[in-house]
Design a protein. Structure first.
Length: 180
C-alpha cells in the first residue's frame, strides 16, 4: 500500500515485478505529478538572467502560444555534448491549452524585462551610422526619405523588435524595412 500527498500521480517506472520480495526502504516504483510543466535546458551562464516568477511565452507544437511562469531555476549544472545547462521549470498559466501530449518539443521565450508606451521598430530597420550608433529611414507623408538618428533600448528577440528614441520620431510614421 502506498500513501502519497498528491491527488493524482503518474507512474513513470516500476522497479519490482509480481513475486519479488519486499525490500525494506527500497523504491519499488517512481511517480510524478500530473501537473503540466515545461523543462528548459538553459545555458548555465544565463542562470542569473532568469528568476522564479518571470513570465514566459510557450509556443506549442501546433504553433499556438500560451503564457507561463518560471516555477524553479536549477542550481546544478550538467554537461552534455560540450553544453553546460541547468534545468528551468515552467508552469503553464492555462494547462488545458497545452493539449494531450505527455512529452512534446516546445519553444520558450523568457521575458527578462518589460517597458511600456515606447516606440519600437523591427531590428532590421536599424542602419549603422559612420560615426557609430544607429539611424532609421523615415518616409514623410510627401514620400521624402530622411535618416533619423536613434538610440536603442530594450530588444525583443522573439518579436524581432527594438525600442528606439530619437528627435524626429513619432507614432505611426512609416519606416523603411528591408525585405528578406
Amino acid at each position: 500500500m502506498v500513501f502519497l500527498p498528491a491527488k493524482e500521480i503518474r507512474i513513470t517506472k516500476v522497479n519490482a515485478v509480481t513475486g519479488d520480495k519486499a525490500a525494506s526502504g527500497g523504491a519499488f516504483m517512481q511517480a510524478s505529478s500530473t501537473d503540466r510543466q515545461v523543462t528548459v535546458a538553459l545555458n548555465a551562464n544565463q542562470q542569473a538572467d532568469v528568476a522564479v516568477g518571470d513570465k514566459v511565452t510557450i509556443t506549442l507544437p501546433n504553433g499556438k502560444a500560451t503564457p507561463g511562469v518560471v516555477s524553479s531555476v536549477g542550481k546544478v549544472a550538467t554537461k552534455e555534448n560540450d553544453k553546460t545547462t541547468i534545468d528551468v521549470q515552467i508552469k503553464p498559466s492555462n494547462p488545458k491549452v497545452t493539449g494531450e501530449l505527455d512529452q512534446a518539443p516546445v519553444q520558450v521565450a523568457i521575458v527578462s524585462d518589460t517597458v511600456e508606451d515606447v516606440l519600437s521598430v523591427p531590428v532590421n530597420a536599424l542602419l549603422a551610422t559612420a560615426g557609430g550608433g544607429y539611424a532609421v529611414e523615415v518616409v514623410d507623408p510627401g514620400g521624402e526619405h530622411r535618416l533619423v538618428a536613434v538610440k536603442t533600448g530594450l530588444f525583443d528577440d522573439s518579436a524581432g523588435q527594438v525600442e528606439v528614441t530619437g528627435s524626429g520620431l513619432e507614432v505611426d510614421q512609416r519606416i523603411v524595412v528591408p525585405s528578406s
